[in-house]
Design a protein around this ligand. Sequence first.
Ligand SMILES: [Zn+2]
Ligand SMILES: [Zn+2]
Length: 430
Amino acid sequence: MSTLLITNGRVIDPSSKRDEVADVFIVDGKIQEVGKHISAIAEKTIDATGLVVAPGLVDIHVHFREPGREDMETLETGSRAALAGGITTVVTMPNTAPIADNQTVIEFIVKRARELDLITIYPAGAITKNEAGSMLAEMREMKNSGAVAVSDDGVDVDNPGVLLSAMEYAKTHDMLLMNHCETPELDESGVMHEGWVSTELGLPGIPEVAEDHGVAKGIMLAQRSGARFHISHMSTKAAAAALREAKRAGLANVTGEVSVQHFALTDEECRGYNTHAKMYPPLRSRDHVDAIVEAIKDGIIDALTTDHAPHIEPDKIKPFADAARGTVGLETSFAVMNTYLVKAGHIPLSQGIALMTHKPAEIIRQKKGTLAVGADADIAIFDPDKEWIVDEKEFLSKGRNSVFIGKKLVGKAVHTIVGGKVKMSGGKIV
Ligand SMILES: [Zn+2]
Ligand SMILES: [Zn+2]
């Protein structure tokens, strides 16, 4: 029998509406008891006085690049970066090389994650073969191999007929369908948000209607098909309004996420042709960011994610228009949420943690992100007041392309525990 006792921390477990100073007792990798002054004798004790003890974070949108682009990130380096950020469960997007559009690639990821024994990795399979947007991939086989969702992330499923068929197929197999909602015919080959800043920089802009149209199309087809439909990385006023309206209308099968950079930063970050600020959907203007924050405050948004997208340096040291898109985020997401939502006074810490634990876990229907008795003892212990400057040289991710480099953030993971075992302590993998 292995035992671990975490004492005197502020235990925040939104799934059981707990936010109080308490102890957590773990036996054989499961939560045995949460309460005040637990008197059990444990093999190992962690004093969490002054720290926050939360469920390990669940990030349902990451890119780990393996198989195929191990020079950018591997399942191992991505997992280590996750642990550094207090993240214990991820959903990997299928745009690897080859694309995860069949059971062989899904089986490879599941098997490799098990061998690594670092975090829980749930792969998402592709919606269409090779993410080409025409032929549906074998969802049933991929589900049987361990895929928890399908997505053609990186691109929208452009053809609405194909998307509707995919939703009907997904519904038949009770599969979650996530969609990168940006209609390509409307993005005008832009490279950043269309507005004042793009005009001043002389860069082609992406009109917000590209995302607005993609989101509206997805919600309409979800209403028709009844499929579990999840909108990835929402960033516009109209996208937030559309999800708000869908929820008001009682569409319980529709959920949406926001990547943390989209509520924290604006398109001002692109000034100086900073390619770390290039991503799709793009960082938006202040009015959109404010609307996204309002939607988070109002409980319209169901999850916060990173869209962790590591790239090699040569792909970012390029003219803005040619540079790779995306930012890394696993090692900064808790701090970004804490700094820009909690410390900024928009939401309480428990609400932010809910959006990064049990709420995303419920979207993928996994028993994660909770400290309920009997649950897997996946736990993140944070110092919520620790101030630090983001230095990419300290990242465990192979990706150094963070839009947060040089920014002062508040809050850091101190220990990360997976299945009752301490896997990260003080920024180092144990
Ligand atoms: Zn995407
Ligand atoms: Zn993505």
